[in-house]
Design a protein around this ligand. Structure first.
Ligand code: MN
Length: 264
């Protein structure tokens, strides 16, 4: 039996990225697409349990859901799939998910939910305005290897356009994406302009738009932000245990004398 691959995203079921991702997935297994019916970018690991969800089939093997990427992965894994999926793919997001973006990203959220449930997952993103095809050769190499690899793995993959081809059409990306080198990286620094737009609606009430554009930050070799700036596909393995490596400060803060004495 072919491996079952679930495909989700946060840009919505109608985005170009998910169509390309489903096409790549179909080369390696049976595909079930389950994605939000509207854009849910920035929904992180949000799950809907205070209200109902609707899931509608839009065509054979494709479902759209009135929820977040995590809702989609959850519904697919526990209800829509006829067997345990071998892999969950999320994306291909229109815009990078680098560094601390992984805490906000619905693309990463949809993948992390699978990982928490013991299924390997890959979050996939390309630079804003770049064709999703830029990431495809890297995925074609990664997907069969992740399927064959024992254990449960979570990868965050980001691809730039080939330098000099930014904004190039899909045909160009399909022709040249093979030329992008691939680099294994750590999460780098990601900073945004802090911005609150205060406006007034037609009824005279205030409303707000929050969040500004990304600003340039220092990049160190080996970081994801560095790799994409260097014109490489970045592959970052993620773990979800964010416990600090040093527990000593917390021990001192709670006044655990036996431990802090030891450390002195
Ligand atoms: Mn998105």
């Amino acid at each position: 039996m072919k491996p079952l691959i679930v495909v989700t995203n946060d840009d919505g079921v109608l985005s170009q990225g998910i169509a390309v991702l489903a096409e790549v997935a179909a080369q390696f297994g049976e595909v079930l697409v389950c994605a939000p019916d509207t854009e849910r970018s920035g929904s992180s690991h949000a799950i809907t349990f205070h209200t109902h969800l609707r899931a509608n089939p839009i065509r054979e093997g494709w479902w759209h859901v009135s929820g977040t990427p995590v809702d989609c992965t959850y519904l697919a894994l526990h209800h829509l799939c006829d067997r345990k999926p071998a892999l969950v793919l999320s994306g291909i997001n229109a815009g990078y998910n680098l560094g601390t973006d992984v805490f906000y990203s619905g693309t990463v959220g949809g993948a992390s939910e699978a990982y928490l449930r013991g299924i390997s997952a890959i979050a996939t993103s390309v630079d804003r305005g770049a064709s999703p095809w830029w990431i495809v050769p890297a995925l074609r190499r990664l997907v069969p290897r992740v399927l064959a690899e024992p254990g449960v793995h979570l990868l965050n993959v980001n691809a730039p356009a080939l330098p000099g081809h930014e904004g190039a059409p899909d045909e160009d990306a399909r022709r040249h994406a093979e030329r992008l080198p691939v680099e294994v990286t750590r999460l780098g620094a990601r900073e945004y302009e802090d911005m609150v737009e205060h406006r007034t609606d037609p009824q005279g009430r205030p409303y707000f738009w929050i969040g500004g554009p990304a600003r340039p930050t220092s990049r160190a070799a080996g970081e994801d932000t560095w790799a994409v700036a260097e014109g490489r596909v970045s592959v970052t393995p993620l773990e979800l245990d964010i416990t600090a490596t040093d527990l000593g400060i917390a021990r001192r803060l709670v006044g655990d004398d036996s431990q802090s004495t030891e450390e002195r």
